[in-house]
Design a protein around this ligand. Structure first.
Ligand code: NDP
Length: 299
């Protein structure tokens, strides 16, 4: 048996296309162009790539993109002043402050300062609270993308046993909340979990968000399970014939083993990653519609 490969790249392209159509009709019918502001502090190379890609994707779907690049030595006060300006700017419907921030700035203080109605990352405590109480807040992008792929693959998730490996605030916990909201029976595993392999073997849905290359082995997976691999780990390319010194991205799941056991699996790269930006765009449309009192479209 070989698992179906869940093509996140194609799925995300479909989401971006739908968002593009929604943006076009918001412009045509309501004179509204959703706008996303992305703030980058410092010169972290990975963050620069993320911010560039977010800006490009935003304009590609017809939305306004506002990029703010601040030097690494920016003070917390200066960043909070910018966030306050963006909160007040009518053309800005979504605000994303790229993490991590330099040491002199408190991430918690900055996230708390973002207007929850513009918090397209879904990290503000108000949105975290809404997610855990079943309210309609803005949902973190990566878990939202994972849930969309799961529903597309499995339809109704009611009653399925879901295991989320990882309990971070940005992936593991919101993922577990979303699965609970979809009526799964949810277990959350972490670094102190005992017998993780046994927990994995019980799961109809396995979401791995750990940050440890190929930690989850093929024989930990229940035959036919759906596996969503959020992990993005850069390792030396160990494939036969690879150039010395070359690196590559792998997930938290040992893909080559898991693909022989699972029913469906997301690859790394090309699985969850592309869905994150697509959901950011979808969240910005949602925020813009809510701000304007327009019924928000389904993605
Ligand atoms: P964190 O480091 O914040 O959290 C990792 C979690 O994994 C923690 O809860 C930790 O447990 C748990 N963990 C660590 N070691 C083990 C272990 N041996 N067994 C079981 N659990 C363990 O990471 P993130 O949630 O931010 O990210 C997870 C992965 O997802 C990373 O590879 C990251 O790059 C990737 N990622 C990908 C995105 C995408 O768009 N595709 C977006 C965001 C993240 P404990 O709490 O006990 O320490």
């Amino acid at each position: 048996m070989s698992a179906d490969i869940i093509d996140g790249k194609a799925f995300a392209a479909g989401v971006r296309e739908r968002v593009g159509r929604q943006v076009a009709s918001l412009k045509r019918d309501h004179g509204l162009t959703p706008g996303l502001a992305v703030v980058l502090v410092g010169e972290d190379p990975a963050s620069q790539v993320y911010v560039r890609n977010k800006g490009k994707s935003t304009t590609e779907v017809g939305m306004h993109s506002f990029e703010h690049r601040l030097p690494a030595e920016t003070t917390e006060e200066a960043l909070l002043t910018l966030v306050a300006e963006l909160n007040a700017a009518p053309a800005v419907h979504g605000i994303l402050v790229q993490l991590p921030l330099p040491d002199q700035i408190s991430e918690a203080a900055v996230l708390a300062a973002i207007d929850p109605a513009k918090d397209v990352d879904g990290f503000h405590l108000y949105n975290v609270g809404l997610l855990s109480t079943g309210g309609a807040g803005l949902v973190p992008c990566t878990p939202r993308g994972c849930l969309m792929m799961l529903k597309d693959r499995l339809g109704d998730l009611t009653g399925l046993r879901a295991l989320v490996v990882g309990r971070s605030n940005i992936v593991g916990k919101p993922m577990a909340q979303l699965l609970l909201g979809a009526n799964c029976t949810v277990t959350i595993a972490h670094s102190r979990t005992r017998d993780l392999d046994e927990e994995c073997r019980r799961a109809d849905i396995l979401v791995a968000a750990v940050g440890r290359p190929r930690m989850i082995k093929g024989d930990w997976i229940k035959p036919g399970a759906t596996v969503i691999d959020v992990g993005m780990n850069r390792i030396d390319d160990d494939r036969p014939g690879a150039e010395p010194g070359k690196t590559r991205l792998v997930g938290d799941v040992d893909f080559d083993e898991a693909v022989k056991v699972a029913g469906a699996i997301t690859p790394v790269p090309g699985g969850v990653g592309p869905m994150t930006i697509a959901c950011l765009l979808a969240n910005t449309v949602t925020a813009a519609c809510r701000a304007a009192g327009i019924k928000e479209p389904e993605v």
